[in-house]
Design a binder for this molecule. Structure first.
Ligand SMILES: *[C@@H]1O[C@H](CO)[C@@H](O)[C@H](O)[C@H]1NC(C)=O
Ligand SMILES: *[C@@H]1O[C@H](CO)[C@@H](O)[C@H](O)[C@H]1NC(C)=O
Ligand SMILES: *[C@@H]1O[C@H](CO)[C@@H](O)[C@H](O)[C@H]1NC(C)=O
Ligand SMILES: *[C@@H]1O[C@H](CO)[C@@H](O)[C@H](O)[C@H]1NC(C)=O
Ligand SMILES: *[C@@H]1O[C@H](CO)[C@@H](O)[C@H](O)[C@H]1NC(C)=O
Ligand SMILES: *[C@@H]1O[C@H](CO)[C@@H](O)[C@H](O)[C@H]1NC(C)=O
Ligand SMILES: *[C@@H]1O[C@H](CO)[C@@H](O)[C@H](O)[C@H]1NC(C)=O
Length: 362
C-alpha cells in the first residue's frame, strides 16, 4: 500500500515532536469483556463525568467531537476542551483506571462532510494527523469513528482507505502506546433495507479495527408511523430486522465475534395506536405517540415514570426479546433489565467482545 506508507512517512516527520512525548496508558486486556457507555457531552449539567457510576464499565466514550468542515481536523471548541479534559482525567482516576475514548462525528453530524473527508488522500492525512495529536494531548486511549452512514459503495471504499491509513499511522507513530480504533456501525454489514444497496468493507475492518460498535437499535420509528415496532428486538420472526440477524451477518461475513460489540439503547420509541384495543407488535398506529421531539423518543427513566403514572400494561415479549407497554392509545417499545440481561446472555453465548449502551444519563 504505497499510499499509506507515504502518508505515514509524512505524518512521522510532522509529528515527531509529539511522538517523543507519547506515554503508555491504561489498556484493555483482550480477554476481558468490553462494557462500554457513551457519555453525551451535552449532559454535562445533569450527569457530569464525576457522577457516572464507573463500576458498570470498562470503556467510556466521549460523544461527540465534530470535524472542521473545511480543514477536516477534529474541532475542539473551548467547551469540548474543558469537558474532554475533565472526562479523560475522571475516567483515568478510577481504580482500576478505565479507558477513555473519543467518538467522532455522531448521528447528527453532516454526513456530506465525512464523505468529503474520506474521498481525498490529503484530507484523510490531515484528519488522521489531527486525531493523533489530540490523542496525545488529551491522553486518550482510542477513537470511535461514527459516520451515520456511508451512502453508497464508493463511500464504503473510501472508508476502507481511511481505516487502513489510520491504523498504519497509529502503528508507525505510536508503537508504544495502545490507541484503540473502533467504529460505530449499522446493525448489519449490509444496508439490506435501503434502496441503495451497499456493504461495509468487513475484511478491512476485521484487519484494522480493534472492534465495531454495532448500533443494534432504531429498527422502527417515526419515519413509519403506520404500525408499532420494537426498535431493538433481539429476534424478528417475520423480517430479520433484528439484533441477532445483524450481528450474525457481521460474523458470517468475516468480522471475528470478539470484535463485535453489541449496542443497546437506553431509550424507547413510541407510537399512538389507531385503536386502544389493538396493542401488539405491528398493530395499526397513526402517529409518533408520547415520546419527545416529534420523533417519539423516550428515555428509559421517562418510560418507567410514564408506565407508573398511566398504569400501563407492560409486556415482556419472550419471542422477540424486547419489552413494550401500552396505556390508552399510547404504545412504547423499549428494553428493560430483563431484556438487557437476555441480550447480554446472547452476546456471551455468541462469544462477542462485549456490549455498549447509548447513552449514559438516559
Ligand atoms: C454503583 O453501582 C453498583 C452496582 O449496581 C452499586 O452497588 C453502587 O452502590 C453504585 N454506586 C453508587 C455511588 O451509586
Ligand atoms: C470535573 O468537573 C467537576 C464539576 O462537574 C469537578 O467537580 C471536578 O473536580 C472536575 N474534575 C477534573 C479532574 O477536572
Ligand atoms: C452539509 O455539508 C455540505 C458540505 O459542506 C454543505 O453543502 C451542506 O449545506 C451541509 N448540510 C447541512 C444540512 O448543513
Ligand atoms: C500535523 O499536525 C501537526 C501538529 O498539530 C501540525 O503542525 C501539522 O501541520 C499537521 N500536518 C498536516 C498535514 O495536517
Ligand atoms: C411501514 O411499515 C409497514 C410494515 O413494515 C410496511 O408495510 C409499509 O410499507 C411501511 N410504510 C412506509 C411508508 O414505508
Ligand atoms: C432471515 O435470515 C435467515 C438467515 O440468513 C434466512 O434463512 C431467512 O430466509 C431470512 N428470512 C427473511 C424473511 O428474510
Ligand atoms: C391499573 O390497571 C389494572 C389492569 O391492567 C387494573 O386492574 C387496575 O384497576 C388499574 N389501576 C388503576 C389505578 O387504574
Amino acid at each position: 500500500m504505497p499510499k499509506s506508507t507515504t502518508t505515514t512517512t509524512i505524518l512521522l516527520l510532522l509529528l515527531f515532536p509529539f511522538f517523543i512525548h507519547a506515554t503508555t496508558s491504561s489498556s484493555s486486556s483482550p480477554s476481558t469483556i468490553i462494557k462500554a457507555g457513551f457519555w453525551p457531552s451535552w449532559s454535562f449539567q445533569t450527569l457530569p463525568p464525576s457522577s457516572i457510576n464507573f463500576s458498570y464499565f470498562t470503556h467510556l466514550f466521549y460523544a461527540f467531537i465534530p470535524l472542521d468542515p473545511t480543514t477536516f481536523q477534529l474541532s475542539i471548541s473551548p467547551f469540548h476542551h474543558l469537558w474532554l479534559t475533565n472526562f479523560t482525567t475522571t475516567v483515568h482516576s478510577q481504580t482500576p483506571p478505565l479507558s477513555a475514548l473519543l467518538s467522532i462525528a455522531g448521528g447528527a453530524f453532516n454526513r456530506t462532510i465525512i464523505a468529503n473527508l474520506v474521498s481525498n488522500p490529503t484530507s484523510r492525512a490531515t484528519f488522521i494527523n489531527s486525531t493523533i495529536s489530540i490523542a496525545l494531548h488529551y491522553n486518550l486511549d482510542g477513537f470511535d469513528f461514527d459516520w451515520e452512514f456511508p451512502a453508497n459503495p464508493e463511500q464504503m471504499d473510501n472508508l476502507a482507505l481511511l481505516y487502513k491509513e489510520w491504523r498504519a499511522a497509529i502503528t508507525c507513530l505510536l508503537p508504544t502506546k495502545v490507541l484503540l480504533l473502533t467504529s460505530s456501525v449499522y446493525f448489519s454489514p449490509d444496508f439490506f433495507l435501503s434502496i441503495v444497496p451497499r456493504s461495509y468493507p468487513v475484511a478491512v475492518m476485521a484487519e484494522t479495527l480493534d472492534w465495531i460498535n454495532a448500533m443494534c437499535f432504531d429498527y422502527h420509528g417515526w419515519w413509519n408511523t403506520s404500525e408499532t415496532g420494537l426498535h431493538a428486538a433481539l429476534y424478528d420472526p417475520e423480517k430479520n430486522i433484528s439484533t441477532s440477524f445483524g450481528l450474525g451477518t457481521w460474523i458470517r461475513e468475516g468480522m471475528p465475534a470478539k470484535k463485535v460489540v453489541l449496542g443497546m439503547p437506553l431509550y424507547g420509541r413510541t407510537w399512538e395506536l389507531k385503536e386502544s384495543e389493538e396493542h401488539g407488535v405491528g398493530s395499526p398506529a397513526v402517529n409518533v405517540g408520547p415520546g419527545k421531539g416529534g420523533k417519539g423518543i423516550m428515555v428509559y427513566g421517562a418510560i418507567v415514570r410514564f408506565n407508573e403514572e398511566n398504569n400501563a400494561t407492560v409486556v415482556h415479549d419472550e419471542e422477540r426479546v424486547a419489552v413494550y407497554s401500552y396505556a390508552g392509545k399510547s404504545w412504547l417499545g423499549y428494553d428493560d433489565e430483563w431484556s438487557v440481561r437476555k441480550k447480554v446472555e446472547y452476546g456471551m453465548k455468541m462469544g462477542l467482545g462485549g456490549y455498549f449502551f447509548w447513552a449514559l444519563g438516559f
